[in-house]
Design a protein around this ligand. Structure first.
Ligand code: NCD
Ligand code: ZN
Length: 346
């Protein structure tokens, strides 16, 4: 097999930042994907429908005139998100969810939720109106080991949310552990998960062996190899409640290579090829199209994209760096060889 054609895929978890950085990254995603859920953790965050509409317009303005890429917006939940705003969001035709960042969990999460009880009215309204809850699932108490934060979140928070809102549709974002895979697999049709290409391709050694590798640091952090293997199995096995979400998170090289390097891996440049690498290593492409292009729209209640993309088996090298407004952006797998390449149709 040296060519694969699949329905145009979607990215169900993407950070695009804002002007002028947005202009540097959005085309990387748009040349591969039909749609993407655009994360709202700007500074200040996207907390209401009017900010989401304005941000969406800036994204559309940054795209080339011929692009048909569609940004799908989501609201940033805070302790003060009102039922009215959720109702408005569910009636809009461009907002597809609301994101729970536990305060302090990750990049730009300071305005996030300090206590789940504060968002109960919003969650109630989301369940009622069918608006999807996207969750950064990490417990934040300082005493919790960083490698245990996802598992702890399931036990302390996710079980509670699911018990109190059994018909709220939830995407457990960027899962990194076998515990999360098991939790989602054993769940019902109201829970699904996104998996990033980096958590499918690296374990924590890539971040810590041979010196600290800041370009492999993201949140949730990569875990041990057995967890990576559980993620690969979930992605390649064909369950319809796991789908692609890159969590591609651009940060300037200077901010990553610093005494306090920030969290985020930039995978958008070659996202589809990175996912293809995972299926190549598993020697089984039978569920590639489902994971990339079908399961996500299925869970979100949307049609699959029109059109297709083609990949060919040819090795190529990811560039060492990309231009990023007076700085550089280091793409995931920079300087390394990938075995599948997107065939550009333009
Ligand atoms: C993301 C970012 O940079 O915005 N960083 C990351 O490590 N994934 C935030 C997030 O999704 O946690
Ligand atoms: Zn993210």
């Amino acid at each position: 097999m040296d060519k694969i054609s699949i329905i145009r895929p979607d990215d169900w978890h993407l950070h695009l930042r804002d002007t002028p950085y947005l202009q540097k990254v959005v085309e990387h995603t748009a040349r591969q994907f039909g749609r993407a859920i655009i994360m709202p953790n700007l500074q200040p965050p996207i907390r209401n429908c009017s900010d989401a509409g304005a941000y969406r317009q800036r994204i559309l303005d940054a795209l080339s005139a011929t692009s048909s890429f569609e940004p799908l917006m989501t609201l940033y939940l805070t302790d003060h998100t009102s039922v009215e705003e959720i109702t408005k969001a569910s009636q809009s035709d461009f907002i597809f969810g609301a994101k729970l960042y536990p305060a302090g969990a990750t990049t730009n999460s300071d305005a996030g939720v300090t206590n789940l009880r504060h968002i109960y009215p919003a969650l109630e309204a989301m369940q009622k109106h069918g608006l999807i809850l996207q969750i950064h699932g990490e417990a934040t108490a300082t005493e919790i080991d960083i490698f245990d934060r996802e598992k702890q979140f399931i036990e302390q928070s996710l079980l509670v949310i699911r018990k109190d809102f059994p018909q709220l549709r939830i995407v457990f974002e960027h899962i990194t552990t076998a515990d999360a895979v098991d939790y989602v697999s054993l769940g019902d049709e109201y829970i699904a998960a996104t998996i990033t290409p980096h958590h499918l391709l690296i374990n924590r050694n890539a971040m810590l062996v041979g010196g600290i590798q800041p370009h492999h640091y993201c949140l949730p952090v990569a875990k041990r190899e057995s967890h990576r293997q559980a993620l690969v199995k979930a992605a390649t096995d064909g369950s319809n409640r796991f789908f692609a979400g890159t969590d591609s998170a651009p940060h300037a090289r200077g901010a990553k290579e610093s005494a306090c390097g920030c969290a985020g891996i930039y995978s958008a440049f070659s996202a589809i090829e990175l996912y293809a690498e995972v299926f190549e290593q598993a020697q089984d492409f039978s569920n590639f199209e489902a994971f990339m292009s079908i399961n996500g729209p299925g869970f979100y209640g949307l049609e699959v994209n029109h059109g297709s993309i083609e990949l060919e088996k040819t090795s190529w090298m990811v560039p060492d760096s990309l231009d990023y407004t007076n700085d550089q952006l280091i793409p995931f797998k920079a300087g390394e060889t990938l075995s599948w390449k997107l065939v550009d149709h333009d």
